[in-house]
Design a protein around this ligand. Structure first.
Ligand code: GLY
Length: 356
């Protein structure tokens, strides 16, 4: 692979660059020194990612003049909790990081969310950077400054908004992903196509995500960056990024989290697109097109959970406001809108989306 990179500027407060390309982990020291200056960098990674990339990152940072500490926690969504957050915070304190230092999140969405939250709490907030190693974190979660941990009551219930100081997305990391983990990210990339542009959707359908992932990742990030610039705190347009997520989260919950996020969102997109068609909300039939692309990327498009089960699980979604909830509805490929519906209507809507 060539070492050419694409840079997407995200104009939030603070503003930052997302760099996408090959070989970025082994060059991260020089890149990050240019943004952060030489400081103490605490690299946080889980027990799966650390053996693959931690030495490369630590060596590059040291060579560029950083003092480097590391913190490794056990892999898995079940560790995205207060216990691990507390261990990370204690480690940062033991390592004597100061306000001029930084946290380096090396990993997928769990690592980015939890490390970002640790950076947001430690000393009332220090800088952090994201080095996403999964497709899902590359196309979605590493950009936009949402950080969180899960609580017993549900996923992502405690967190802060804190934009990273930089994101370096090394596309070489895709080579170590399992097909299942790659598919999880593909679901979020396909979601971006449905939300943003017929052209992006068609290119992903034509196989570009496998053939030229850097280009598709950069286009997904460029779209997400524009949305986040407009609505950094998730009060309006940013919520459309939750396409497929109301049903997706309900499926994850009903399945006791044995179905992964991207796979659940894939089903959720098809259910909402079918419902939109049946209820006359969609200008053109698009559920079959969405389902076809998802299947090309080995993603599921149907569920055995009933409309009642899903509606019951969705009723406790954090997107609910009183007796109503906003759902994201595709009107056509490349155009989605939010619709406020009564929680009592959810079962009927989901039933429409589950019909053959
Ligand atoms: N993952 C959706 C968002 O960042 O808003």
């Amino acid at each position: 692979m060539s070492d050419s990179v694409q840079i997407i500027h995200v104009n939030t407060d603070p503003a930052y660059d997302v760099t996408v390309g090959s070989g970025l982990l082994r060059r991260c020291g020089e890149q990050l020194a240019a943004v952060l200056g030489q400081c103490h960098a605490a690299v946080i990674a889980d027990s799966t990612v650390a053996p693959l990339y931690l030495d490369t990152v630590a060596e590059s940072l040291r060579t560029a003049g950083f003092t480097v500490s590391t913190c490794i926690y056990p892999a898995g969504e079940e560790h995205k909790n207060l216990t691990t957050l507390s261990e990370i915070l204690e480690t940062l304190a033991q390592q004597q990081l100061t306000r001029s230092d930084c946290v380096v999140a090396l990993g997928g969405g769990v690592c980015g969310d939890m490390s970002g939250f640790a950076a947001g709490c430690y000393l009332r907030g220090i800088r952090y950077v994201q080095l996403p190693t999964t497709l899902l974190s590359a196309v979605d979660s590493s950009v936009g400054g949402k950080t969180a941990i899960d609580l017993k009551a549900g996923k992502n219930l405690a967190g802060v908004f804190l934009q990273p100081a930089a994101v370096l997305c090394d596309t070489d990391c895709l080579a170590t992903l399992t097909p299942h983990t790659f598919a999880d990210g593909a679901a979020e990339a396909i979601k971006t196509g449905v939300l943003s542009s017929r052209e992006l959707f068609d290119d992903i359908a034509a196989g570009a995500l496998r053939e030229n992932p850097a280009e598709i990742i950069a286009r997904c990030i460029a779209f997400k960056g524009r949305v986040v610039e407009e609505d950094p705190l998730d009060n309006g347009i940013r919520r459309t990024l939750n396409l497929g997520h109301t049903v997706g989260h309900a499926i994850e919950k009903c399945a006791n989290f044995t179905i992964s996020h991207g796979h659940a969102v894939a089903i959720g997109m098809v259910v909402m697109a079918k419902a939109a068609e049946k209820l006359g909300w969609c200008q053109e039939p698009c559920s079959s097109e969405i389902a076809k692309v998802l299947q090309q990327y080995d993603l599921p498009t149907a569920t055995d959970f009933s409309a009642a089960q899903l509606a019951n699980a969705a009723a406790s979604d954090k997107k609910r406001r009183g007796s109503h909830i906003s759902v994201v509805v595709p009107e056509s490929i490349g155009r989605c809108v939010m619709r406020k519906v009564a929680v009592s209507e959810l079962e009927t809507i989901f039933a429409a989306g589950l019909e053959a």
